[in-house]
Design a binder for this molecule. Structure first.
Ligand code: UTP
Length: 276
């Protein structure tokens, strides 16, 4: 079982300014079905729901000092629900009530990253929260559209059945220069043994791009602490080191649509297929 998750959400979001000056990008609205209609959900709500579906009950959100809204959003607010019911907003009341029910069944922690020193530094803030438990990382701006947790479930199954130190999610992309990429040997269809991870390769060494979703053993925190002393490092550097000291698999997904709200083009793309 994997029951813990860290959600880094403390970045500046410079690529989606000026909106991200006013609203954390992790709270940007995403259209999502509720029964036969669409509602707008904050991204982080959908990430929480997806992780909840696959059994995660301990959530550590890493936020910056200016992102208190995220913390506020996870505080059950019965008075607000009562008002919605008085206004005849049954669906909206139901959506929020169900969300709060899930929240109250979870341990939710917040850690503050004072300065945006990178995703690796953000994840390290969750070390005490995670303790000796295996855990997932889900970037606060990344999700698989309409997947209902299936890919996450598959990643967890691989992690447990293959008894590996970690599973990273990858997807083939045409231009890997903006991603961390995996170099590895295919051991089974869609499954690669990670040999090396290269962050933003200048030459196209592999087109297996890492998406922001991982399942990991907690000893990665020791690797991170070792790296912390050595100046600039990325989460992918720690994952690369873990792959070299232990065993890491990359799970390749196809035909999925990512919700990537970190860039204007991909955020706008989300609304393209919506038919009301
Ligand atoms: P990104 O690198 O995509 O986000 O981080 P960013 O730095 O906010 O965006 P730009 O490049 O300025 O546009 C992926 C996730 O990791 C979090 C972000 O909030 C995002 O959800 N993150 C990033 C942190 O928690 N801390 C950081 O120092 C950097």
């Amino acid at each position: 079982m994997v029951t813990h998750a860290i959600i880094p959400a403390a970045g500046l979001g410079t690529r989606v300014l000026p909106a991200s000056k006013a609203i954390p990008k992790e709270m940007f609205p995403i259209p999502h079905r509720f029964g036969d209609r669409y509602m707008l959900y904050p991204m982080i709500h959908l990430i929480f729901d997806t992780l909840y579906k696959v059994g995660i009950r301990n959530f550590c959100f890493v936020i910056s000092p200016s992102k208190e809204e995220i913390k506020e959003y996870f505080k059950p607010d019965q008075e607000f629900i009562d008002n919605l019911i008085d206004l005849g907003k049954e669906d909206e009341a139901k959506a929020l009530r169900e969300f709060y029910d899930r929240v109250t069944h979870c341990k939710i922690g917040f850690r503050v990253q004072e300065e945006p020193l990178g995703v690796g530094d953000a994840v390290l803030r969750g070390k005490e929260f995670v303790g000796n438990n295996n855990f997932m990382i889900n970037m606060g701006d990344d999700l698989i559209l309409g997947d209902e947790g299936n890919v996450y479930r598959e990643m967890i199954d691989i992690f447990i059945s293959k008894e590996v130190d970690g599973v990273v999610l990858v997807k083939e992309v045409e231009d890997p220069r903006h991603y961390g990429v995996v170099i590895g040997k295919e051991v089974k269809e869609s499954l690669y043994k990670v040999e090396e991870i290269i962050e933003k390769p200048k030459t196209p060494v592999s087109n297996l791009a890492i998406l922001g979703i991982y399942v990991l053993k907690p000893w990665i925190f020791h690797v991170m602490e070792e790296m912390r002393g050595s100046g600039g490092w990325e989460l992918t550097d720690a994952v690369d080191e873990m792959a070299k000291r232990g065993e890491m698999l990359a799970y390749k997904v196809e035909n999925i649509r990512r919700i990537d709200i970190g860039r204007v083009e991909t955020y706008i793309d989300l609304f393209k297929d919506i038919k009301l």
